[in-house]
Structure formats: structure tokens, C-alpha cells
Design a protein around this ligand. Structure first.
Ligand SMILES: Nc1ncnc2c1ncn2[C@@H]1O[C@H](COP(=O)(O)OP(=O)(O)O)[C@@H](O)[C@H]1O
Ligand SMILES: [Mg+2]
Length: 248
């Protein structure tokens, strides 16, 4: 069976900076893969290469066995890839429900046809309602996004990604800026996601990382410095020196 996502020798430079250098990763369908590494390690750049915001100088990105290296981001969304951004991409002047509605219409486009079929619209609304319920945002569905708590805005970003009904979900620091209680909640909800979904995330919170990960990949200065099971990464002396500052 082919991997959900395979990244093969991917490299990209910005001017003189080689932000990602020859990274190869294979992520199985249903896996939870966590990518860690210090600030500037290349995690967000790697996500941009996977999701199509950037094209690599070298290497390939394969989604369910299909080479998507040169596909635009929206085509990758249609193929089942969804992501959240480290920097929020919400529509702050619209309501929670309107934001989710925009996300659910994303994969089928904004064509009049997608609104014309009541069956389709109901399906999408049903899914949006369920997601808002599951993620604890149902009570805020008619609130303007700018007025809801920061923690709920971060949850809404995840809901919007899930609303596209993805097969692969990329989450770039989903718990950044959250309280420890909110982080636990996100961690719990992510663990409860269907194993039909493949999840790739970055995070700096080690409790979240070790709660969620089946496998961990460590990036440093654009290179894959280590990868393995959470136990192997915990025990890896180089990872400690690199990422945990050499203590223990
Ligand atoms: N658009 C860009 N233009 C120039 N340099 C960039 C750009 N995006 C990222 N970089 C550089 O690439 C490196 C990796 O950044 P990034 O992928 O954001 O790391 P991380 O997400 O791990 O903190 C950094 O040195 C950063 O300054
Ligand atoms: Mg980043």
C-alpha cells in the first residue's frame, strides 16, 4: 500500500538560506506524525511545500501515490489535503458559522451549482454543525470571529480544516498561544479523530507532542536530524542536545 504522504529529497532555498535540505519522509495512512525542531528549523516551510504554498527546488511530494509536486494548493485540497496556518487565516469580521461554511464550500468551489442543490447544502451544513458541536463551538456559531476568545479561534481553524473532509490534515502549531487547559483539550480532541485521517503536526509543547505522536521527525537547520518512535526520540542523545538543550 502506498503511503498517505511521501516527501522525497525535498529542498528549497530562499536567497542564500537553504530552509529545507533533502528531506525524505514517508507517512502511512492513519498515522499521527509530529515534526519537531527549534524555531527556524524549516517546519512551516516543509508544510508549505506539502500543501502547495511553495514548490521545491528539488525533490517530490507524493499524495496517495500521486505526484503533486507541481499541483496548486487548491488542487491538493480537492485531493484530500487540509492545513491550518501558524498565523491565523480566519475571516475575523464574519461569524463562526460563516467561516465554517466558507471552508465546507472550498473543495467544491464557489460555483452557483454548489449552492443550488439543497441536498448538498444540507450535507455540508450537517457536517459543519457536527464539527462545531464536537469542538465545543456550537454556542458561538453566530458570534463574529473577532469577538471570540483566542483559544476558540485556534479551535475554529482546526474545525475549518476538518470541514473540507480531508484525508490528510496538517496542523502548524495548533496549540501555540493556548493555556495549558486548552492545550489538553486540543490534544484530547486530536486523539479522538478517526484513524481514516492522517495527521501531521508541529508543536512546541512536549506533552502534546508525546500524547499524539505515533512517530516523530526532528528537523534542524532544514535537515532531518532524527526520526523514530516517541520512545526512541526521548532516548536519542543527539535530539536532547539539539532540541532539549542537552539536559538529562
Ligand atoms: N518566505 C521566506 N523568505 C525567506 N526566508 C524564509 C521564508 N520562509 C522561511 N524562511 C527562512 O527559512 C528558515 C525556516 O523557517 P520556517 O520554516 O518558518 O521554520 P520553523 O517553522 O521551523 O520555525 C528560517 O531561516 C526562515 O527565516
Ligand atoms: Mg513555523
Amino acid at each position: 500500500m502506498s503511503a498517505a504522504l511521501a516527501i522525497e529529497g525535498v529542498t528549497i532555498s530562499f536567497g542564500g538560506v537553504r530552509a529545507v535540505r533533502g528531506v525524505t519522509l514517508e507517512i502511512a495512512a492513519g498515522e499521527r506524525r509530529v515534526i519537531i525542531g527549534p524555531n527556524g528549523a524549516g517546519k512551516t516551510t516543509l508544510f508549505n511545500l506539502i500543501a502547495g504554498q511553495l514548490r521545491p527546488d528539488e525533490g517530490r511530494v507524493m499524495l496517495f501515490g500521486v505526484d503533486v509536486t507541481h499541483h496548486r494548493a487548491h488542487k491538493r485540497v480537492r485531493a484530500g489535503l487540509a492545513r491550518t496556518f501558524q498565523i491565523s487565516r480566519l475571516f475575523p469580521s464574519l461569524t463562526v458559522a460563516e467561516n465554517v461554511s466558507i471552508a465546507t464550500h472550498g473543495p467544491v468551489g464557489f460555483s452557483p451549482a454548489s449552492f443550488a442543490s439543497p441536498a448538498t447544502a444540507n450535507d455540508l451544513n450537517e457536517r459543519a454543525r457536527e464539527l462545531l458541536e464536537t469542538w465545543g463551538l456550537a454556542g458561538e456559531r453566530d458570534e463574529v470571529v473577532a469577538n471570540i476568545a483566542h483559544g476558540n479561534q485556534r479551535l475554529l481553524e482546526i474545525v475549518m480544516a476538518l470541514a473540507t473532509n480531508p484525508r490528510v490534515l496538517l496542523l502548524d502549531e495548533p496549540t501555540a498561544g493556548l493555556s495549558s487547559g486548552e492545550r489538553d483539550l486540543v490534544s484530547m480532541r486530536l486523539r479522538a479523530l478517526s484513524r481514516e485521517l492522517t495527521v501531521i503536526l508541529t508543536d512546541h509543547d512536549m506533552d502534546v507532542v508525546f500524547d499524539i505522536a505515533d512517530q516523530i521527525a526532528v528537523l534542524n537547520e532544514g535537515e532531518l536530524a532524527a526520526q523514530g518512535s516517541p520512545a526512541a526520540i526521548r532516548a536519542d542523545r543527539r535530539v536532547h542536545e539539539l532540541y532539549f538543550g542537552g539536559d538529562e
